[in-house]
Unconditional design. Sequence first.
Length: 394
Amino acid sequence: MSIRDVYIVDAVRTPIGKFAGALASVRPDDLAAHVVRALVDRTPALDPSRIDDVVFGDANGAGEDNRDVARMAVLLAGLPVSVPGVTVNRLCGSGLEAVIQAARAIALGDACVAIAGGVESMSRAPWVMQKPERAFPAGHQQLHSTTLGWRMTNPRMPAEWTVALGEGAELIADKHGITREQQDAFALESHRKAAVAWEAGMYDGEVVPYEGVDLARDECIRETSTMEALAKLKPVFRESGTVTAGNASPLNDGAAALLLVDEDGLRETGREPLARIRTSAVTGIEPQHFGLGPVEAVQRALGKAGRSFADLATFELNEAFAAQSLGCLAEWPDLDPAVVNPRGGAIAIGHPLGASGARLAGSVAHQLAAAGSGTGLAALCIGVGQGLALVLER
């Protein structure tokens, strides 16, 4: 059996909304349906009934995104009921996992055309309550927020594995001697690059605003921020720590999707592809060091592609925390930092958990198309200790 080439024909995303912001009134299944519909509308030559599967990443799944949000997106987008949908969860890597799984199905001949993406509404993530262990309890019951992080943790888990995500970033700062000033400078640069990219129209070809919502640009970008303003923010996870709300990614809402095809599907679209999917890799690491998860995943993915850091034209690395990103960069001494997140990163753009990986892959594809050729990389750290990477080429 021959392995088929897999092409990215198009990639779209919503503007990323801030927590309790412009997109907070929009259900996550509607956000997902919006980007699916946008992809179909932008490729009118493709008969929607030819879509073999829709794969979506979703990190929560506890609220309106329950019961297979991918299938809900298919139905809400008005696609034929014959188009199936499946939802996958690799926490922060869910959107990229969806792209990888859809690409794998096409490469193996199980599909010809697929949509892959991700969605998250952290604003609308519900509170949940465990069932009581016995009937008719007389006492109060505890509600757990599903917005972010550990909840209902298994007591058999070692305590060092279940630290807060921000404490994990502090551990990376300790390991690599990353200062508060370095983290704030990294965050400030993320905002600057994102603002410049938007001003230059670099996102015009991929961002599809949600109809009826007054949000045309990513909502968390703060181009007027300064080092002085960032320095005034208090550490969140340690009294004398370095991780603040200003040098970490915010809580967000948004969705992203990509149209993937093989050679036959490409001819049906009548379009030139943005990029081709080359290789991927996933790795595990101790949960408290989750932020360094991409280190090995990236090296494995590049190795399988026969590429090195010197070959990269662009590298979209998810900025969960400035300390986490700087820690990864410290372990890649051969990587030119100039190719990393040239259009800004998640600290400025936002990190809607299930959508971020699809956003990164789509951004890399658009950047390679704009350049005309080259190798690109998308990678994320993942809570509970994993790393995920994808290599694209044009």
